[in-house]
Ligand binder design. Structure first.
Ligand code: SAM
Length: 263
């Protein structure tokens, strides 16, 4: 069902920038755009979201999507029963795309588009609380996409942890991923040996007062298909065959600070 937004949506989706061609689009949106078979780049959104849904019901939840890119997690949350999503995205084309896509899908009343970089230190979302937050693959861009560009790695690592911990006062359940390379630059590894174990240790040590780790999902190649599986003694090992993105664990966290369900 093509509608009046299709052409503009396609142009915005195809506009080139640093994080363009990152996410796939939900099937509902592709068909609404009149391009059900559009070739899109994927970062295993369906697989990541599938794991999240197994752990967490989104029914009637308020959701915060930080660095929402072209909206896969935002739209999928609404399709899976979330009450509302506040979507933050600093890239203008991506944010405009999501605003238009929300109009095209008739969900503007549920999705609030914030065309801005989320400020983990000061913004803290107007003291609003959320049931669930997606903060996926954003914090390693601290000092690059957002934050102090003169910060060094050691202070950036401290600030990544502080940022995550601040969120525990505003978010009940957090879905979190981070890359191995600071600012996405392979010459700037965040951990000496680039292993999952170092990343998991760094996150676990840093957040222990504010967050419980409910689950850690690790991508595995299961008979030629990528699946996010619960962490175990095999899949925790670095697997160079899968590449950097598929070595990133996904953390599901529960705030220790918020004791009642945020509404
Ligand atoms: C690497 S992509 C990850 C996209 C998505 N979260 C995912 O995992 O599929 C990072 C996105 O976050 C955006 N971004 C980076 N820092 C941000 C911030 N502080 N607030 C809002 N958006 C941010 C970028 O423009 C980009 O679209």
């Amino acid at each position: 069902m093509i509608n009046e937004f299709s052409k503009e949506l396609l142009e915005l989706y195809k506009a080139k920038s640093k994080h363009s061609s990152y996410q796939q689009l939900p099937a509902s949106l592709l068909s609404r755009m009149g391009h059900p078979n559009l070739e899109v780049t994927r970062r295993y959104e369906e697989e990541r979201f599938g794991f999240i849904l197994k752990s967490l019901s989104l029914t009637n939840c308020s959701v915060l999507d930080i660095g929402g890119n072209t909206g896969y997690f935002t739209f999928s949350a609404i399709e899976n029963g979330a009450k509302c999503v506040d979507y933050y995205e600093g890239n203008e084309n991506h944010a405009d795309f999501v605003a238009l896509a929300a109009a095209s899908l008739g969900v503007t009343d549920q999705i609030k588009v914030k065309k801005q970089y989320f400020d983990f230190k000061n913004n803290i979302v107007d003291q609003k609380q959320y049931d669930v937050c997606f903060c996926l693959n954003v914090l390693h861009h601290l000092g690059d996409d957002f934050g102090d560009s003169n910060i060094g790695l050691s202070n950036a690592k401290k600030e990544m942890i502080e940022s995550l911990n601040n969120m525990a006062y505003y978010v009940n359940h957090m879905c979190f991923q981070i890359g191995f390379n600071w600012k996405g630059d392979i010459s700037k590894p965040i951990f000496d040996n680039g292993t999952k174990k170092e990343m998991i240790q760094f996150i676990s040590d840093g957040i222990r007062d504010e967050w419980d780790i409910v689950d850690i999902a690790i991508p595995e190649n299961v008979q030629g298909k990528i699946e996010y599986c619960k962490m175990n003694s095999n899949n925790i090992e670095r697997n160079d065959k899968l590449g950097e993105f598929l070595n990133r664990p996904m953390f599901l966290l529960k705030s220790k600070v918020i004791t009642e369900e945020a509404k």
